[in-house]
Design a protein. Structure first.
Length: 435
């Protein structure tokens, strides 16, 4: 918290400037339909509620208890650094939120948008995150949130700050929308590049049954061989969608005995791996510097008779034509699954090797340009976020708008509110919170 606050400002807590909210048990209203906001309904990139759920009271989750009102500020108390924060719009009034979300209902001491902006600030997030308890499920308590400090200007100055923030950040919001949309356009452009190359190809087709020396999948039961060092163990998460490169940023290691059954799936350079369950159809090509590595049961290994074909075939499998064949053979009724014969049946248009190499060169070059554009957009998105935070820093230190000495000091307004609360019977206050 800033030590030297401007004239008329006061350091308060969120509890000082918020009111009690209502809680209900929707299961006692079994036929009534509710809209529900849980953590998954909040888009932390835009700080908005995007995907609220609906259910009858009889089907309500046990944590659906807190009644929403327009302009409530929702703050997820789990993994606070993820900033799952949003303000409740008019159309969700009367809905419910989870007890895992701290509901901040503003009193007459504070503008809702001022509180919303403060909760989004890095100063607040870094402060409240220090109260997180737990390593696997780090969270803060509602009491921690209500005890957190907030720099409180006079109410008219709050309104001036909010208006200025709305104007200043409108441009960054527009830029963020366009930069975020660019991610989707990048994926579409990549798909279009592959579609233009493989869609009109005229070449003899051959199946993996004819092209491969071996098609197999990994073994079960290797969890007992997990270790911190040793050979790599390639799983679904170590492959990518839309790229033939393996992602080894968080790969598992194993120390299998020499007679382990899975030794047959030791990978070799230019092997192709394809995910056959869960996130089906992801593809990876084994590089020459991978070292000793194996695969688990959710990944198929394709070893070609001609290893020089592997990168061309990898790109084909990633294309819409290759993906279509993989997904058409999906045998999963309740979850995805491909059999090894389904992999062997996949048919690939196979031009001469020199033409394959030229196709791969063109794809690699095109994707490198696209990825460079995407990286620039990502950097720009980060800079926009930094700019927004700098603006918030100025706002909450009194540097964004001018002070007016005629404004009622925030301390006087808080004192009146506290006096009113003290005069309100405790029973009445409790009934509001538990109505």
């Amino acid at each position: 918290m800033t030590a030297d606050l401007p004239a008329g400002w006061v350091e308060a807590t969120l509890g000082d400037v918020t009111e009690p909210f209502e809680t209900i048990d929707p299961r006692k209203l079994s036929d009534q339909e509710f809209r529900y906001v849980d953590i998954g309904a909040i888009d932390n990139a835009s700080a908005t509620i995007t995907t609220p759920k609906k259910f009858k009271g009889a089907d309500a989750p046990s944590r659906a208890r807190r009644v929403l009102k327009k302009d409530d500020v929702l703050f997820s108390t789990v993994r606070t650094y993820l900033k799952n924060i949003a303000m409740v719009p008019k159309d969700l009034e009367g809905g419910l939120t989870s007890t895992g979300i701290c509901l901040l209902r503003t009193s007459e001491a504070i503008e809702p948008k001022y509180l919303f902006r403060w909760v989004l600030s890095e100063e607040f997030i870094s402060s409240i995150s220090q109260s997180q308890d737990g390593t696997l499920y780090p969270a803060v308590r509602d009491a921690d949130v209500f005890a957190a400090p907030i720099p409180l200007p006079p109410l008219p100055e709050q309104r001036r700050i909010v208006r200025k923030l709305d104007r200043v950040t409108a441009h960054s919001t527009k830029a963020r929308t366009h930069l975020t949309a660019l991610k989707t356009l990048v994926e579409r452009y990549k798909a279009a590049v592959l579609g233009s190359i493989f869609g009109g190809m005229r070449a003899e087709e051959q199946s993996f049954r004819a092209l491969s020396l071996m098609v197999t999948s990994g073994s079960r039961g290797w969890a007992k061989y997990y270790s911190d060092t040793g050979p790599l163990f390639i799983r679904v998460g170590d492959t990518k969608r839309g790229s033939p490169e393996l992602d080894l940023s968080s790969v598992q290691h194993v120390s299998p005995p020499s007679n382990a059954e899975g030794q047959r799936t030791r990978l070799q350079e230019s092997d192709i791996v394809v995910t056959i369950t869960a996130d089906l159809g992801r593809v990876g090509i084994v590089p020459n510097d991978l070292g000793e590595a194996y695969i688990n049961q959710h990944v198929a290994l394709i070893r070609l008779k001609e290893p020089d074909y592997s990168r061309y075939i990898g790109w084909f499998l990633i294309s819409s034509l290759g993906q279509k064949q993989l997904f058409e053979n999906d045998r999963g009724a309740t979850k995805s699954g491909l059999g090894l014969d389904d992999i062997r049946a996949v048919s690939i248009p196979l031009p001469p090797l020199e033409e394959q190499r030229e196709i791969v060169r063109r794809i690699d070059a095109a994707f490198a340009r696209i990825d460079l554009l995407a990286a620039e957009a990502e950097r720009a998105l980060t800079l926009v976020g930094h700019l927004d935070q700098r603006i918030l820093e100025r706002a909450f230190s009194g540097g964004l708008v001018s002070q007016n000495p005629d404004d009622e000091p925030a301390a006087a307004l808080l004192a009146r509110i506290k006096a009113t609360r003290a005069a309100t019977p405790a029973k009445k206050r409790r009934s509001r919170a538990k109505a």
